[in-house]
Write a protein that binds this ligand. Sequence first.
Ligand SMILES: Nc1nc2c(c(=O)[nH]1)N[C@H]1C(S)=C(S)[C@@H](COP(=O)(O)OP(=O)(O)OC[C@H]3O[C@@H](n4cnc5c(=O)[nH]c(N)nc54)[C@H](O)[C@@H]3O)O[C@H]1N2
Ligand SMILES: Nc1nc2c(c(=O)[nH]1)N[C@H]1C(S)=C(S)[C@@H](COP(=O)(O)OP(=O)(O)OC[C@H]3O[C@@H](n4cnc5c(=O)[nH]c(N)nc54)[C@H](O)[C@@H]3O)O[C@H]1N2
Ligand SMILES: [Mo]
Length: 769
Amino acid sequence: MTKVTHRDRDIFTTAHWGTYRVDVQDGRVIALRDFEHDPDPSPIGHGIVGVLDGPTRITRPMVRKGWLEHGPGATSERRGEDAFIPVTWDRINDIVAQELRRIREQHGNGAIFAGSYGWASAGRFHHAQGQLKRFLNLNGGFVRSVNSYSYAAAEVTVPHVIGDFTQLVQDTTSWASVAQNAELFVAFGGVPLKNGQINQGGTGRHVQRAGLRAAHANGVQFVNVSPLKSDLLEETGADWIAPRPSSDTALMLALCHTLLAENLHDRAFLDRYCHGFDRFAAYLTGETDGQAKTADWAADLCDLPADTIRALARRMAGQRTMISIAWALTRQDHGEMAYWAAISLAAMLGQIGLPGTGIGFGYSAENFIGASLSWPRMAAFPQGRNPVADFIPVARISDMLENPGGAYDFNGQRRTYPDIRMIWWAGGNPFHHHQDLNRFRRALPQCETFIVNEWCWNATAKHADIVLPCTTTLERRDLGLTPRDTYQVVMDQAIAPVGEAKSDHDIFRGIAARLGCEEAFTEGRTPDDWQRHLYDVTRQQVAASGIALPGWEEFQSKGWAELPPPETEPVLLSAFRADPEAHPLDTPSGRIELFSETVAGFGYDDAPGHAAWTAPVEWLGSARPGELHMISNQPRTKLHSQLDHGSVSQSDRIRGRVPLTMHPTDAAARDLSEGDIVRVFNDRGAFLAGLCLSETLRPGVIQIATGAWFDPLDGQCRVGNPNAVTRDAGTSRLAQGPTAHSCLVRVEAHTGPLPEVTAYAPPEILENT
Ligand SMILES: Nc1nc2c(c(=O)[nH]1)N[C@H]1C(S)=C(S)[C@@H](COP(=O)(O)OP(=O)(O)OC[C@H]3O[C@@H](n4cnc5c(=O)[nH]c(N)nc54)[C@H](O)[C@@H]3O)O[C@H]1N2
Ligand SMILES: Nc1nc2c(c(=O)[nH]1)N[C@H]1C(S)=C(S)[C@@H](COP(=O)(O)OP(=O)(O)OC[C@H]3O[C@@H](n4cnc5c(=O)[nH]c(N)nc54)[C@H](O)[C@@H]3O)O[C@H]1N2
Ligand SMILES: [Mo]
């Protein structure tokens, strides 16, 4: 058992949602205390107290009964229903090593899928995906996934238009610059404070609320373009415009058309900094397709008054304007085009690259966006080289499992789906995050062996063949080093590992020993050695950019360190604006491509070479009577599915079900009242939820947060995971991103006895077999 040592200072931890001091009594965590330097701490972290042990905790290695008794593949359709048999680490290491060998010999490494998408936990060393990938790279490699569920459509499209997307997100103009320089902030998808609780890799200083407040106090006016009024802090006094969901591209095109028709566009900017405006303009005027993209045209599509659209265009042209575009707009049918349209609109306004104005890719999304950060380069645990070149776009997993050898298009490539026999997940929860989970469940038996590293019995663990129990961050030492926050935090081990749980690193080390690559995996370093090494390398690297981090001992004894702010406030694309010849964009023309020959050359009917409107398959414009548009956005009480079983996430449940918000008119039409248990359904599946009524969302739209632990019974989730009904299809042939937000459903009262929630109970575990 790992020895827990406590220094003469408080125990610190950091997570994607905050930094805390940990109170431990008799070897158990009894409370977390918010970090005193955080101006706006998040309650999310407190949800962990109480679930570190107990029935939802996985305490021993487990093998699914049917898999153990009948071998790989024989009973795969029993996944999610079968019992589990606990085994020793010795035995599980043998089993996993042998199965990995078998798959490699019989099918090759190209039959192993370990995209393993997911947020795992914060901490620079104990990063589950990094550990898994390093281990598999030493064993012949694996099929990976590319891009994210967050914004895949933008990751593929934006580089064709204006440059590397993640770099643009990192370079976002700061809140301080917005407050000082903008007059108008138009937020497509709002800036919901619920999202700013999160920062990938650790959070010590929540700044989103202060950023909004400072801008408001300095006179910046806000417009919230969203189906939800609550997507913007009430005290900003934001105007609320609520177009039909998934119609933003039409709205933005009409804003562009109005600018053009009223000669409000910045010709000089378009000439100097952009490529292909004439081609785009020909589309706007209808020269190319016979349909002018006027405000009247968009009014019908967006179900907004045309005058509202024209007035917004004039206002944006008349004021120093920042456009913010939520990542949610990518998670829709044709999500590529909302981003291209927003860039085109910002280009026509001509304010890109100037302080406080232009465009921002996701002020809505995470705390670090718009925070003033210096972005030093930090060391990462090396993953090695993957000998397998094959990959899939991340959200195409069910397609892959259903069509081995099948062809598909992606970003100009004609590709073939691999024939996958083994899937390994560490640090993600596909049975929460993927769309149309009933389809995913039906497709999963294509793979013979599904291995999952997890600490809690969520739906992914329950659907596994082999479960490797991992520790949480509170049961191991780690490093909270992140460029996305000013605070760098030690991550102490607060308690001993629960049960027989091991860190992902130790799990892979044990299997590596069976496969003869333990030394190559660890390089002879213990986890503590690795952390010291990563810290020292980071310290040297940041010193090169003039930033001083304390020495190891000082860092350890204080518990945290603070990075200085950047010398100047970040302004997105300011260098390009100052001198486009010296600082060209990473696009074929070096300019903003309002028309892209590259994308046009792909010849995709669903993704032309400029921002364009194509009606989504599912939206209010195609709804049959009684259908509603479901928004399944990020949860306020947790990060995705993490800690869904904890007290914070469970606190807002209505008779054990996730709250679902509906407009009173839609409720009246269905004879539903506040607090009712409702059944939300379509041809793909169903889920139960608890009804909340509110006039702060657009009629015809319902909203439910993602993240509840999937609890299927005959295709119906008993708790309220919206992915029981979402549509699993790519955004287009260009990006093949997820489209969770384009989804039509029906809602009715649940009748009959309320089924028992089983999501938070362990599966059947057979002792002594
Ligand atoms: N309908 C709908 N679906 C969506 C979205 C939406 O908007 N609507 N959003 C999508 C988006 S943007 C995202 S990013 C995804 C998020 O999807 P995920 O990132 O898969 O969701 P998480 O719940 O964060 O999953 C992380 C898992 O890692 C586990 N974990 C934590 N620490 C460790 C560790 O140290 N080791 C190991 N092995 N495991 C650990 C947690 O218990 C949890 O099960 O969901 C997507 N799904
Ligand atoms: N508390 C918390 N914060 C999180 C996360 C979490 O799980 N919990 N997840 C993090 C992750 S991984 C990500 S990727 C980011 C995601 O960041 P976002 O994508 O910005 O987050 P969402 O909440 O999905 O969407 C923001 C808002 O967009 C609105 N919206 C949805 N569809 C449309 C539309 O068609 N048009 C318009 N105009 N608005 C629309 C919704 O009302 C929604 O509230 O959030 C991060 N922050
Ligand atoms: Mo995400």
